[in-house]
Design a protein around this ligand. Structure first.
Ligand code: GLV
Ligand code: GLV
Length: 353
């Protein structure tokens, strides 16, 4: 008997053959270039041994019950897994694959890009050109000046670069955050503060080891208030979900430096959009670079963050490079295959966490 597999999006000519050419599988693929319809998924999931989903597909009791007892594995082409009910998977003994690591560099790149864009007011400056206003723009010595992310020698008589004091703040300090820190060190960031999973104890020795690894003066886990107060750039890089909902709220934003930038490349739910829009209008911080918005993709021209000054909003493209998306699709397919055959999966998430 062939194993039935449901794939919620066409993963392209480099990856689909891994599944389609496997003689043990009977593969059903959602045939459209848009989000897989729930009705189609439920119809086709019946009797499936494996399901490959995107962030857009809810993996819940209904889907798992519809698939039935043959289901062995669900594989998601994403590192985030808020769309999956891990307990529901655990109770049924269904394994779960995801795509960590392969997207770390792409998201770290985008995080630095957004910090730079926010600091240099890329929103209004690109708008000036795109709306044809450059000919009318009156240059002035300090027009469009924002905070510089890198540190320069401000004392012209100094013979060497002065020690830098730029501080990066990370809400969540996993793989992507650490890859972002590595990119910031050459800019002159010398301190790194982060908020961690509060269930794990403070570990000064581990922090010192990280400081040595990255070549910075200090890496330290702090409370949110200190992180807000001290950081020149704050990066939101924690998982979504109830534990981190609106962790960046009005109080946090009020506590930030007026010259600081905020970057969110994690999940929209971590940031209170209305509070951030208010903060930007009132100048509590300088700018923001936002790749994820609560309620996305319903983010129209009237959204408070789209209307907010010095706020760059991107449509969730953190992992959108050729190399990374190919890596994610390949890993998702390999996770699915390994899970179907009862083998070790390249990236399995423990559902008992
Ligand atoms: C993207 O947001 C992902 O979770 O992969
Ligand atoms: C998320 O998966 C991260 O690596 O930070």
């Amino acid at each position: 008997d062939k194993l039935k597999v449901v794939v919620c999006r066409d993963l392209g000519p480099d990856v689909m053959p891994l599944l389609l050419n496997n003689p043990q599988l009977d593969v059903v693929v959602w045939p459209h270039n848009k989000v897989c319809e729930r009705k189609w998924l439920l119809e086709n999931a019946q009797g499936a041994s494996g399901i490959l989903v995107m962030l857009s597909e809810k993996v819940d009791d209904e889907l798992l019950d519809t698939a039935g007892p043959k289901l062995r594995v669900v594989s998601t082409m994403s590192v985030g897994y808020e769309h999956a009910d891990l307990k529901a998977l655990l109770t049924r003994g269904v394994r779960f694959g995801y795509t960590p690591d392969v997207l770390t560099d792409a998201v770290a790149d985008l995080s630095v890009m957004l910090a730079l864009m926010a600091g240099r007011n890329a929103k209004e400056t690109t708008e000036i050109v795109q709306t044809g206003q450059w000919p009318n723009f009156v240059w002035s010595p300090f027009a469009f000046c924002g905070p510089q992310l890198s540190t320069i020698t401000t004392d012209p008589s100094a013979s060497a670069l002065t020690p830098t004091t730029r501080t990066a703040g990370f809400i969540g300090f996993g793989r992507i955050a650490q890859a972002t820190l590595a990119r910031l060190v050459p800019f002159g960031f010398a301190r790194c503060l982060y908020t961690g999973n509060q269930r794990t104890p403070q570990d000064p020795a581990a922090d010192a080891a990280l400081a040595a690894k990255f070549g910075v003066r200090e890496v330290r886990r702090v409370e949110l208030a200190e992180l807000a107060r001290e950081s020149d750039a704050v990066f939101v890089l924690a998982p979504g979900g109830a534990a981190t909902y609106h962790i960046v709220d009005e109080a946090f934003l009020k506590g930030m430096k007026k010259t600081a930038v905020l970057v969110n490349t994690a999940r929209g739910t971590l940031v209170d959009s209305d509070a951030l829009a208010k903060a930007l209008h009132e100048g509590w911080l300088y700018g923001a670079g936002i790749d994820v918005v609560e309620g996305e993709p319903n983010v129209g021209l009237d959204h408070p963050l789209v209307k907010a000054p010095r706020c760059i909003v991107l449509p969730h493209i953190g992992s959108a490079t050729n190399e990374t998306r190919l890596g994610m699709a390949t890993l998702a397919a390999k996770n699915l295959l390994a899970g179907l055959l009862g083998q070790e999966m390249p990236a399995e998430l423990s559902t008992s966490r």
